[in-house]
Design a protein around this ligand. Structure first.
Ligand SMILES: Nc1nc2c(ncn2[C@@H]2O[C@H](COP(=O)(O)OP(=O)(O)OP(=O)(O)O)[C@@H](O)[C@H]2O)c(=O)[nH]1
Ligand SMILES: [Mg+2]
Length: 404
């Protein structure tokens, strides 16, 4: 099965299936029958919840559940990456129209396009080099036929050198502590609210710690999130020592049998050394109370800041052991390539991406759903065209059979 078809089958959302359904209904019955006959392989339509197979207990099967979940994920990435998708697809279409033949000029223009889309210099060089080799190996001479290889390579380049996992290090037993760090305004507090919502929906007992005692209003902001999600928020007064807040919060979390304590911290600029040192102190206090904590130190980066996010990450990595990245505001940028730069130039896994401001707009990162979000329309169109070509060649074969 082609890579595009696999992505489409996995992530194409139910709403698309509904649209397809409407289109189909508009076709005359006759046309529909003909279309069915022509297709050698019946089109797999994404499942809707009401179509899922329920067993005697009214539960759906794991396969159906996973299928529906993948479709919802696909729809989220598709919506969140709309700006980047429009940009990526338009640029790629222009390139393919301008350079019809696969040659050095095309590759150079592709390099330029990817660098402008924040993919990062080294990653672009590596990606395009692999494309050159692949084009030669597969004997691809038309740029048009390189679309699928480009998308496939993006996923591959993400996966290589993969000793890190996107999965969160959360234990089922005992207290887990997640520390959220990053510069001002990147989305730390909002992400904490979304994460709390996510874990609570999974049946975990969640508590929040208001470790940003620096910015006026920060404690109140976290309390609002706590109320919205329905979880306790441990706090002290503005200006108090964040390490003391964490210490008390951990004791409270232990006594209340909390599964996950998520700690907010003040936004700190990477060049302010006193604030960066304070982070180390906070971390030490956490580790003293729970030796294996913090289980995760998540660095929030704002996708709209582009290459600046990379330099922030480098500075934070120097002072604290960042275990994962949350890339926020991916919905607000047309340069979604930053994900690849982070992964390949920093070697820190992107664990979550922020795809909007709503509670359920924080999604676990996965390179396949990401490329689906980036190229969904192109994938659809490409598959339709392939189907058309298949139909035409079937017709031609049919005619030549008749004439025999
Ligand atoms: N569109 C969009 N907006 C987001 C996302 N995540 C956060 N925001 C917005 O970014 C703004 C800043 O978010 P905060 O959570 O307050 O950021 P912070 O890092 O805690 O900021 P400080 O506490 O000032 O350091 C808010 O308006 C959020 O709604 C996202 O994924 N998409
Ligand atoms: Mg905040």
């Amino acid at each position: 099965m082609s890579f595009f078809k696999r992505l489409k089958d996995k992530f194409a959302s139910s709403s698309e299936a509904e649209n397809k359904q409407e289109d189909l209904e508009q076709l005359s019955e006759l046309e529909e029958q003909e279309a069915d006959q022509i297709e050698d392989e019946p089109k797999k339509k994404p499942k809707k919840l009401k179509e899922a197979d329920f067993d005697d207990d009214g539960l759906i099967s794991i396969e159906d559940f996973e299928e529906i979940e993948a479709q919802q994920l696909g729809a989220k990435f598709r919506a969140g990456l709309e700006k980047s998708r429009e940009n990526f697809q338009e640029q790629l279409n222009n390139l393919i129209a301008r350079y019809r033949k696969v040659d050095e000029e095309f590759f150079e223009a592709l390099e330029e396009m990817l660098i402008t889309a924040d993919v990062g210099f080294n990653t672009v060089m590596q990606l395009v080099e692999e494309l050159r080799e692949e084009a030669q190996k597969r004997n691809i001479s038309e740029t048009e036929n390189l679309r699928e290889v480009i998308v496939e390579k993006i996923v591959e380049i993400y996966h290589q050198d993969d000793e890190h996992s996107e999965a969160m290090n959360i234990e089922n037993e005992g207290l887990n502590v997640i520390l959220m760090v990053g510069v001002n305004g990147v989305g730390k507090t909002t992400t904490i609210g979304k994460l709390a919502h996510r874990y609570q929906a999974e049946g975990k007992k969640v508590m929040l710690a208001a470790g940003d005692t620096f910015r006026a209003g920060a404690i109140q902001q976290l309390k609002v999130w706590g109320e919205r999600v329905g979880v306790d928020v441990m706090s002290q007064s503005e200006g108090s020592d964040p390490a003391a807040v964490m210490y008390d919060a951990i004791n409270a979390a232990k006594s209340k049998d909390v599964d996950i304590l998520i700690c907010d911290t003040a936004g700190r600029l990477q060049n302010k050394s006193n604030l960066m040192n304070e982070l180390e102190k906070v971390k030490r206090v956490i580790s003293r109370s729970v030796p294996e904590a913090p289980h995760e130190v998540l660095l929030c980066l704002d996708a709209t800041t582009g290459q600046n996010a990379l330099s922030q990450a480098k500075s934070f990595k120097e002072v604290t052991n960042v275990t994962g990245i949350v890339l926020t505001k991916l919905d607000g940028t047309a340069k979604g390539g930053i994900v690849l730069a982070i992964r390949n130039e920093l070697h820190i896994p992107v664990k979550y991406v922020g795809l909007g401001e709503k509670l359920d707009d924080l999604q676990p990162f996965n390179p396949e759903s990401y490329v689906y979000g980036l190229f969904a329309d192109m994938i659809e169109q490409n598959l339709e065209e392939t189907d058309e070509i298949k139909e035409q060649s079937n017709e031609i074969e049919g005619h030549s059979d008749e004439s025999k």
